[in-house]
Design a binder for this molecule. Structure first.
Ligand code: DAH
Length: 355
């Protein structure tokens, strides 16, 4: 009997035995591995005479295919057996109750930060971030805030060391400084984030949120500031008309400085923004003070611009009719389920900011 025939018969018998997957794989290697029986036969091809080669090759291929097919079939049979055994062993108890799962909600503050970022990105602002723990220089000195300013007082600021060098930032304005030190003008950024002050009542929490805006370029004036804020407020409250007024104010880091009020009226016990003869203060702003620009080595003869700071929590309360700020940070799931937003509804200027 030729070698090939012998291999074939031996292995047909072997493959009839009761084998597991490992054993079949061993057989596979024994036959078709690098030095396997069939592989070695193929290597012989070069050594036999031309007359015999044709028949030899044909036989060899035939046996090779046959054994390969047998192996494939055997593996299938083993796998099916395994599944059947599993099915017999594992019983599903369909009387068990389903596993409970809960849906997450987006917190109104996160929602409003996303909405604000979406609106400002549309008009060319990029989003910057800064740390919650700031140094005194970025938070006060670089922002032209004098030593005797009340904001520096212990009653207002949480200091982290006796020398009053590290503190929890009292506003997002230090991100202006960080950005201007890091890069070269022009700047067109917003910086949302957490801020801290020693304050707590129905409308004040020791931790709250602000968004800072900064636009520095050649020839930027107060008209740009007004246009930008007017656009923002209309987009944010999703209304076409807005009543807005600039009230002179004072911030050390801007000159001139203003606070912006928007018009509203009460209707059925609810605030309605955009019309009416009542005024609500919503942000502080102004033209960046030349001293601030000097501190970050920008020549204020060439570059100038505006800045603004908006209280995010306040905006969220106004837009979504939430009247106690403290509930924002109580981590009460019932509250979050009521006021929270669907995680899949990402705010977008095209699809609508809030739906
Ligand atoms: N940082 C100010 C605050 O917390 C808000 C503010 C006012 C920011 C005027 C500004 C600005 O950038 O120009 O009260």
């Amino acid at each position: 009997m030729s070698d090939i025939k012998k291999i074939k018969e031996d292995f047909i018998l072997k493959l009839k035995e009761n084998l597991n997957l490992n054993q079949v794989n061993e057989i596979k290697t024994e036959l078709f591995g690098k030095n396997g029986l069939i592989s070695s036969q193929f290597k012989k091809l070069g050594t036999i005479s031309e007359n015999e080669r044709k028949n030899f090759a044909a036989d060899l291929n035939f046996v090779k295919n046959e054994l390969q097919n047998l192996i494939i079939k055997k593996i299938k049979v083993i796998e099916i057996n395994e599944i059947n055994q599993k099915l017999e062993k594992e019983k599903i108890d369909i009387t068990l109750p389903e596993r409970s799962f809960s849906y997450g909600k987006i917190h109104p503050v996160s929602q409003v930060i996303d909405e604000i970022s979406s609106i400002f990105s549309e008009i060319g602002f990029s989003v910057e971030e800064g740390p919650d723990i700031e140094n005194e220089y970025n938070n006060f000195t670089a922002l032209n805030t004098p030593d005797n300013h009340p904001a520096r007082d212990m009653h207002d600021t949480f200091y982290l060391d006796d020398r009053k060098e590290l503190l929890l930032r009292t506003h997002t304005s230090p991100v202006q400084i960080r950005t201007m030190i890091k890069e070269k003008p022009p700047f067109k950024i917003i910086a949302p984030g957490r801020t801290y002050r020693s304050d707590s009542d129905q409308t004040h929490a020791p931790m709250f949120h602000q968004v800072e805006g900064l636009h520095i370029d050649k020839n930027i004036n107060m008209g740009h500031l007004k246009g930008c804020l007017n656009h923002f407020i209309k987009e944010f409250f999703e209304i076409d008309k807005i009543k807005m007024r600039f009230r002179p104010s004072h911030f050390p880091f801007t000159e001139p400085s203003a606070e912006v009020d928007i018009g509203y009226k009460m209707k059925d016990g609810k605030i309605e923004i955009g019309d009416g003869d009542q005024w609500l203060e919503i942000l502080g702003c102004g033209m960046v003070h030349p001293n601030v620009l000097k501190n970050v080595k920008i020549d204020s003869k060439n570059y100038q611009g505006y800045a603004f700071g908006i209280g995010i929590d306040r905006l969220a309360m106004l837009k979504y009719g939430i009247n106690d700020l403290r509930a924002f940070f109580d981590c009460d799931y019932r509250w979050l389920n009521h006021f929270g937003f669907d995680p899949l509804d990402v705010p977008s200027n095209y699809r609508g900011l809030s739906r």
